[in-house]
Design a binder for this molecule. Structure first.
Ligand code: XLS
Ligand code: NI
Ligand code: NI
Length: 436
């Protein structure tokens, strides 16, 4: 097999003092933190679409990035070479997982039968490369948003024919995810929303989306796919409004259509900020409601209002994120997928390594900081203290449903103005900073 990253050897942990840009300073895969290795906690995955298929195109211009594995007039030869390059990259970087859309790994042909044949060919090769390298599939998904047939959505498309096409794609994508031993399968509603309400029957579209997901659940059971289904919230882009706009709206949707038992969420940092939240808010909402599944680990730009999908680089954010994730029990089927691409001017293959090494190190630091915070019970003591009024007396009588409005009014009439306590935000911010 050709070598596509000849200048790069296996990336190793060299410790915080290392000045080697092609080494980890913090991510030490076998190091044990709170009873598990860093690799087991973090479950890093490289995403195929950004890392290997994104060639730097943006709204104002085409690609800037030229890769050896993209140099052919035969799209299937490109698919073969790209897959080989990808597994070389996964291995040299030392990640345990990868993620893909069907259309990333094999190009669409003129009809579905031929497209699926192409997929089968590449999936067979991917299975062999997985077995040779030990790299596993974190999740698979379908691309039901790029082709023109999906301009008005997939499951929410006004045409039943397009709905059927989307279902056929998802069916095949679940099958190949199963074949590759995927730990999960993601539904991201790329164009499941609307551009204008003037032509949109919102109720019907939502009902259809639920039908599509229910069919996917039925099919999953039928073929015995054991992976976890995830929904990935995102509020807008490409549409003006997407139905899966944030964790809260996904939760309400899953509840309404009785799908909660079959789905968890895949939270993307940049999508959280587009929704007007932050990454940690979305994680905390999921933990509070038992639906945290997996994470698309990236970041946006505070000054740009779109999905810039940059590599994570903020220790403060990864510390708090890992704290929430660990307190929620950590990852089981999910992990940290780098849904991020290098910038348009980062045209060298080595830039892919810099992006991923930095991202892995910043999450490793977050993990270690969060573990220390958990061991010290630093934040926990403050939060426990803040809610301690609920552990006895009036609080416990309210929580246990022993009192109603009448009793509460009597309580206030007898006891007067309740005592207030400081929120201590500044103290706690200082405390968190001590762990960074
Ligand atoms: C796009 C999404 C996409 C999903 C997978 O904004 O993040 O990359 O993760 O379809
Ligand atoms: Ni994503
Ligand atoms: Ni995104």
């Amino acid at each position: 097999m050709a070598e596509y990253f000849p200048g790069v050897k296996q990336i190793r942990y060299e410790g915080p003092g290392s000045k080697n840009p092609l080494a980890f300073r913090h991510y030490n895969s076998d190091e044990v933190v709170l009873g598990k290795t860093m690799a087991e906690h973090l479950r890093f995955a490289v995403c195929y679409w950004h890392t290997f298929k994104n060639l730097g195109a943006d709204q104002f211009g085409g690609g800037t990035i030229i890769r050896d594995y993209n140099d052919s007039s035969d799209p299937m030869e490109i698919a073969d070479m790209t897959l080989e390059a990808a597994f070389e990259f996964f291995t040299k970087l030392g990640v345990g997982f990868w993620c893909f859309h069907d259309r990333d790994i094999a190009p669409e042909a003129d009809d579905l039968a031929e497209t699926n044949k192409r997929l089968d060919k590449i999936v067979q090769k991917a299975g062999k490369l997985q077995a040779d390298t030990g790299v596993k599939l974190l999740w698979g998904t379908t691309n039901a948003f790029s082709h023109r047939r999906f301009m008005a959505g997939a499951g929410t498309n006004p045409s039943p024919g397009v709905f059927a096409y989307a279902a056929s794609q998802i069916k095949k994508a679940i099958e190949i995810t199963k074949e590759l031993g995927g730990a999960g399968y993601v539904f991201w509603g790329g164009r499941e929303g609307y551009d204008t309400l003037l032509n949109t029957d919102m109720k019907r579209e939502l009902d259809h989306m639920a039908l599509l997901l229910q069919m996917a659940v039925d099919y999953k059971k039928k073929i015995g796919f054991k992976g976890q289904f995830y929904i990935e919230p995102k509020p807008k882009e490409p549409t003006k409004h997407q139905y899966d706009s944030d964790a809260g709206s996904c939760y309400a949707f899953l509840q309404k259509y009785d799908l909660l038992g079959d789905f968890k969420l895949n939270i993307e940092a940049n999508h959280a900020t587009l929704a007007g939240h932050d990454f940690c808010h979305e994680l905390a909402f999921c933990v509070a409601n038992g639906i945290l599944g997996s994470v698309d680990a990236n970041r946006g730009d505070m000054l740009l209002g779109w999905d810039t999908d940059q590599f994570p680089n903020n220790v403060y954010e990864t510390t708090l994120a890992m704290y929430i994730i660990l307190k929620g029990g950590g990852f089981t089927t999910g992990g940290l997928n780098f849904d991020a691409h290098v910038r348009r001017q980062s045209i060298d293959p080595v830039d892919l390594f810099h992006g991923h090494i930095g991202a892995m190190d910043v999450f490793a630091r977050g993990l270690k900081n969060a573990a220390k915070m958990i061991e010290d019970k630093a934040l926990r003591n403050a939060v426990d203290q803040r809610y301690s009024g609920w552990n006895q007396g009036l609080g416990s009588r309210i929580e246990n449903g022993k009192v109603g409005f009448d009793e509460l009014e009597t309580y206030i009439l007898e006891n007067g103005e309740p005592e207030l306590q400081s929120g201590r935000q500044e103290l706690l911010e200082n405390l968190l900073n001590d762990y960074i």
